[in-house]
Design a protein around this ligand. Structure first.
Ligand SMILES: C[S@@+](CC[C@H](N)C(=O)[O-])C[C@H]1O[C@@H](n2cnc3c(N)ncnc32)[C@H](O)[C@@H]1O
Length: 206
């Protein structure tokens, strides 16, 4: 059973932390590239919804195991004409048949899902051949000093932020399942470096 913290504090913390202006700029650059039938992994508070282009997207399905965050996502702003469904499901066990999505979106989710490689294998399975994965994720920093701090802080960080990891490789995990066609990375400004290394781009299912 979820604790008071998990039910009432963590969802607000996640929505607030993920809702900052710097991340909104990343979302605004990435999400308009989505097209066709879209699946969003760990949709959280639905903060990407307002950036989808309804002229390019036939519908967005968001999955998330958190009932509280799903409720936020259902109420999140979105463009007129964008069809959205929000479901209770895990990225490691996506309840859809093979090859039925054109785009899978993952933003700041692979840090938290318990088994990120399995989530990526599932994303690959439900994408049609040639379908795209749009990603923006934080993870293991390339600088040894920062990475050492990430390892030290991660045990406490995970407890405070609902299982969020600091040390997971981002593009390394994605490249095991997809062809990465565009990759950018860098430290987010005004963010502690241990949580600020972000990699974003587009990968294709072969
Ligand atoms: C840091 S939040 C990011 C939310 C959202 N993707 C965003 O960009 O704002 C991490 C999200 O992953 C979700 N999550 C945790 N475990 C998951 C799983 N196994 N499958 C899918 N989503 C999961 C959490 O409930 C939460 O909504």
């Amino acid at each position: 059973m979820a604790s008071f913290y998990e039910k009432h504090v963590l969802p607000r913390l996640i929505r607030c932390g993920c809702g900052c202006e710097m991340l909104a700029q990343k979302r605004a650059a990435l999400i308009p590239g989505a097209s066709g039938r879209v699946l969003e992994l760990g949709i959280g508070g639905g903060l990407n919804l307002k950036f989808y282009d309804p002229a390019r997207v036939s519908g967005v399905t968001g999955i998330d195991p958190s009932a509280e965050l799903r409720a936020y996502a259902r109420a999140a702003p979105r463009p007129d004409g964008l069809a959205v469904e929000i479901l209770d499901a895990s990225a490691e066990e996506i309840p859809f048949e093979d090859g039925c999505f054109d785009t899978v979106v993952t933003t700041f989710t692979l840090c938290t899902v318990p088994d990120a490689p399995r989530a990526l294998a599932e994303a690959r399975r439900v994408l049609r051949p040639g379908g795209q994965l749009l990603f923006c994720e934080h993870g293991r920093a390339p600088d040894a000093g920062v990475a050492a701090w990430q390892r030290r802080v991660e045990p406490v960080w995970k407890r405070v932020f609902g299982g969020c990891h600091l040390t997971r490789p981002v593009s390394g995990n994605i490249a095991a399942r997809f062809s990465i066609e565009r990759l950018e990375s860098g430290y987010m400004p005004k963010t502690p470096r241990l949580a600020g290394w972000v990699e974003w781009g587009r990968a294709v299912a072969g």
